[in-house]
Design a protein around this ligand. Structure first.
Ligand code: COA
Length: 374
């Protein structure tokens, strides 16, 4: 293979379309949503403000935000047929498969029949996704049928309330807001590109989002936060973490939660969620997981010049909020749905079916030998 072809592997560095939604790594480490720095948004906004920004193009004023949030609240309920499907999915199932099935089932019950419904569909999914995952989780693990129509003010609080059966404190609600903001949108990443390819065939919203969930499931993408947790929870001290990581690097194993396909200097989301993880560590009196995480980060930089991406400190942050590891990636879904749906809107507004070409590496043209002679 030539050098040119190798550098194009994974479509890296190739412009595959236009977007007005976000910029990723333009100055090496930046991330903006519709012209706003993600740090600015994470410091000053609630997740619903950012969802509104992504869907409608501008930040809402307080009256628009109040109306938007109350509209989302009314869309939290799940149809009986969907609840029945969720009840049949075993506790051992992967929660990302539950999300995929939940989204697809909703597509059967509330099918998008016309693109004029796209915003309504996106807001419905935004409101319903936390209900879907928590309804299944609580039924399959605790045997309870929860009421998903809570009066919680935010999507983050709604999620934690359903999961724990009690309203979260202010710190946890704030961290959920920040986390959902950080995960909301990220240009042409694998799952978003999946959604756009599906949208380019003029398919329906649920098909686009269901496909995107499948892409996000993999450990090289959204699954990295769970994989990072599975790794760091094994270590009882920073010293143990250091010797284990050195061994993994020697064996050329991938360390989940590090590296990025686009960012070259750092992932701007990392410093933000790391700060909150530290605050949560103090809150719960942690003396192990946070120091282990910090040591892993330092070694990865020292040995490989690889920086922690958004997923790494999300692992400890979620863990300190007592969120089960297997629900980490579904939370990512509840957030990234905003980016996916907005990309579907964009693709539909200026569409041409996405159909690249392949470099053929197979056999030269040959004649079929009759079966009796083979
Ligand atoms: N651990 C160890 N080595 C890593 C690494 C990691 N997390 N990420 C990259 N590398 C190594 C690669 O193996 C490669 O080494 P090589 O040249 O000797 O083969 C080198 O660093 C360059 O990799 P790069 O081309 O930058 O990676 P990519 O663009 O193909 O892939 C990721 C990017 C994110 C898929 C990759 O960094 C990864 O798999 N990270 C772990 C999973 C993860 O955290 N995903 C979430 C992303 S937000």
């Amino acid at each position: 293979m030539t050098e040119k072809k190798l550098s194009g592997a994974g479509l890296r560095g190739q412009v595959a379309g236009k977007t007005a939604l976000s910029t990723v790594g333009i100055s090496g480490s930046g991330l903006t949503y519709r012209g706003y720095d993600v740090k600015d948004l994470a410091e000053n906004c609630e997740f619903e403000e950012v969802a509104y920004l992504i869907f409608y193009g501008e930040l809402p004023d307080s009256a628009q935000l109040a109306e938007y949030k109350s509209g989302l609240k009314t869309r939290r309920g799940l149809p009986q047929a969907l609840r029945e499907v969720l009840e049949r999915i075993p506790a051992a199932a992967h929660p990302m498969d539950v999300m995929r099935t939940g989204c697809s089932m909703l597509g059967n019950l509330e099918t998008e029949t016309d693109f004029s419904q796209q915003l309504e569909q996106a807001n419905r999914l935004l409101a319903a996704f936390p209900s879907i995952i928590c309804y299944w989780y609580r039924f399959s693990h605790d045997g309870v049928r929860i009421d998903t129509e809570t009066d919680d003010d935010s999507i983050g609080a709604h999620f934690l309330h359903m999961l724990r059966g009690a309203k979260p404190n202010e710190l946890h609600e704030r961290v959920m807001n920040v986390s959902l903001i950080l995960y909301a949108e990220h240009e042409f990443n694998a799952s978003t590109f999946t959604a756009r390819v599906c949208a380019s065939t003029l398919s329906d919203m649920h098909s686009c989002i269901t496909g995107a969930i499948g892409s996000l499931r993999g450990p090289l993408h959204g699954g990295a936060n769970e994989a990072a947790m599975a790794m760091i929870e094994n270590w009882r001290s920073a010293e143990e973490a250091e010797s284990e990581i050195m061994g993994m690097l020697e064996r050329r194993e991938k360390i989940m939660g590090f590296g990025h396909a686009i960012y070259t200097e750092s992932d701007p989301r990392n410093a933000i969620i790391k700060g909150w993880s530290q605050q949560l560590a103090d809150d719960v009196g942690d003396k192990v997981l946070y120091p282990v995480s910090e040591r892993v980060e330092a070694i990865m930089w020292r040995e490989k010049k690889l920086f922690a991406n958004a997923d790494f400190f999300h692992a400890s942050a979620y863990h300190f909020m007592a969120i089960p590891t297997k629900l980490f990636t579904p939370i990512f879904v509840c957030s990234r749905l905003t980016g996916w749906a907005a990309h579907v809107f964009e693709q539909r507004a200026d569409n041409r079916i996405i159909r690249p070409s392949a470099e053929y590496t197979g056999e030269q043209l040959r004649a079929v030998v009759p079966i009796a002679e083979r």
